[in-house]
Design a protein around this ligand. Structure first.
Ligand code: NAD
Length: 251
């Protein structure tokens, strides 16, 4: 793969690699090819054997567990980044979760616990990470998260993740305003449906995939490099005045 831009000297934290199909891995691959140094987290012991070899292939020196619901783990990740690098240029938050029963049911039936868990992992964790990253981004930085068009339109079977992503997108706009004077930019990537592990939790996902392609002007699917290239642009200095945006990558 040829790097389209240069991220040499930049240091980035990647949260959300589960396997080689993960959007976070697609982005990290482009960041690495462009010369960035990366820190990579994995969810838990079960995930580690899948994530560690990928992180090593990306040249990551910092590879740590991070369940975002465990405040100690999140704090430990940023402590390690502080000790190892002393600063951070970008952060990729590429995680989402909702309990299956709530995700596959009607929004109207979503339990309070399921709603709170989905919101906490998929949305509030981005705020927590931003708070840890802020003091490390002394010369500015770029915070990126992942969303989906189901935030703005009621897409069949996307269920409770729609409202959760709507909240996440709103956070992006408020964060951009609050962190703007420190030159910390905040953006969300909004790709079309892609076959990943998380996508497997959505009922009738193949219908969603087909729907994405049917309504896309170019009528074809997108791949990890498409998302990675956009992500690399948004963490690079080329996008130094782009913040608060929801950027569609959908053909
Ligand atoms: P994926 O399964 O590869 O990634 C999801 C990640 O979330 C996994 O690495 C998982 O470990 C992590 N995660 C879940 N709970 C966590 C927790 N408590 N703490 C830390 N990490 C946790 O799937 P993906 O499709 O690459 O998803 C990445 C992001 O992209 C998600 O925000 C998803 O909503 C978004 N997205 C996906 C699609 C798609 O069609 N696949 C489209 C648009 C947006």
């Amino acid at each position: 793969m040829t790097a389209l831009l240069d991220l040499t000297g930049k240091k980035g934290l990647i949260v959300g690699i589960a396997n080689e199909h993960s959007i976070a891995y697609g982005c990290a691959r482009v960041f690495h090819t462009a010369g960035a140094a990366l820190a990579v987290t994995y969810l838990n012991e079960k995930a580690e054997p899948f994530v560690r070899p990928l992180a090593q292939s990306l040249g990551a020196r910092i590879i740590l567990p991070c369940d975002v619901q465990d405040e100690n783990q999140l704090a430990a990740v940023f402590r390690e980044v502080t000790e190892h690098w002393g600063s951070l240029d970008f952060l990729l938050h590429s995680i989402a979760f909702a309990p299956k029963i709530d995700l596959q049911g009607r929004v109207v039936d979503c339990s309070s616990d399921g709603f709170l868990k989905a919101m906490d992992i998929s949305c509030h964790s981005f705020l927590r990470m931003a708070k840890y990253a802020e003091p490390l981004m002394k010369n500015g930085g770029s915070l990126l998260t992942l969303t989906y068009i189901g935030s703005q339109e009621a897409i069949p079977n996307y269920g409770i993740m729609g409202p959760v992503k709507a909240a996440l997108e709103s956070c992006v706009r408020y964060m951009a305003v609050e962190l703007g004077d420190k030159d910390i930019r905040v953006n969300a990537l909004s790709p079309a449906a892609m076959k990943t592990r998380a996508a497997g939790g959505i009922a009738h996902f193949d219908d969603l995939l087909k729907h994405s392609q049917d309504i896309a002007p170019m009528h074809h699917s997108i791949d990890l490099d498409d998302v990675g290239n956009m992500a690399a642009f948004l963490v690079s200095d080329l996008s130094k005045n782009i913040t608060g945006g929801i950027h569609r990558i959908n053909g």
